[in-house]
Design a protein around this ligand. Structure first.
Ligand SMILES: C[S@@+](CC[C@H](N)C(=O)[O-])C[C@H]1O[C@@H](n2cnc3c(N)ncnc32)[C@H](O)[C@@H]1O
Length: 208
């Protein structure tokens, strides 16, 4: 009997868990980025929701989500429900198979804590961004309060306690965050990196 591998179970858990209850968060982030036209790259797209929200109702946006995990990408394909202006590819963010200056905006949500080579990701995203383009990097802040309107709950699930536990495990504490920021500042984006708070996330804003 073939048992499912661990990555396929993780992808399934993400699809039915965070991928569902973070729907308002994806919407807040997409509306905040507010790109009305052009090409947008979602780095570490997972089940694809940010790319889908960025493209929804914006016919002049072409959203591309990349991820190394084929199981996540299968969910992303299903979640996009035939939407024509969203495309997903299996691709490592340190080896993006797009020409220089392809994208107007890039974003990574809760992906950076996985990056084995963050310097490689910043360098590669810089390469594929157009002049003046921005790379937004969001990570959950384990010390943030849980903003009720950012989470869709059913019957009180997930409770704040579970969410905070996940942020402690899958977000970035202050030390990891400043280490990531240092990597961004040492990258081709240069030292002028914005460091902001949005909802329960910290975010870096890197401008090419
Ligand atoms: C916690 S999930 C977040 C998914 C999605 N951004 C969201 O917020 O729902 C992190 C994703 O980053 C992907 N990832 C990690 N390192 C990557 C890399 N170097 N290139 C592309 N994807 C990567 C993982 O495969 C995983 O699907």
């Amino acid at each position: 009997m073939n048992l499912p591998d661990r990555r396929s179970l993780t992808a399934l858990a993400y699809q039915v868990g965070p991928g569902r209850y973070y729907q308002p968060a994806y919407r807040f982030i997409a509306n905040d980025i507010a790109v009305e036209r052009g090409a947008v790259l979602d780095v570490g797209t997972g089940p694809g929701w940010l790319a889908i929200h960025l493209a929804a109702g914006r016919a002049e946006v072409d959203a591309v989500g990349i991820d190394t995990c084929p199981h996540m990408l299968r969910f992303a394909e299903a979640n996009k429900a035939g939407r024509l202006n969203v495309t997903f590819h299996r691709m490592d963010a340190t080896k993006i198979v797009y020409p220089d200056r392809t994208f107007d905006v890039a974003v990574a949500v809760q992906s950076a804590h996985h990056w084995a080579d963050a310097a490689g990701v910043f360098a590669e995203v810089y390469r594929v961004l157009a002049e003046g383009g921005r790379f937004y990097v969001y990570e959950a802040d384990p010390d943030a309060d849980v903003p009720a309107e950012w989470i869709a709950r059913r019957g009180g699930f997930p409770p704040d306690l579970l969410i905070k536990r996940q942020w402690a495990r899958f977000g970035m504490d202050a030390a990891r965050w400043s280490a990531l920021r240092a990597v961004a500042e040492a990258s081709p984006f240069g030292p002028d990196v914005g460091d902001e708070t949005h909802g329960f996330c910290r975010r870096l804003v890197c401008t090419r």
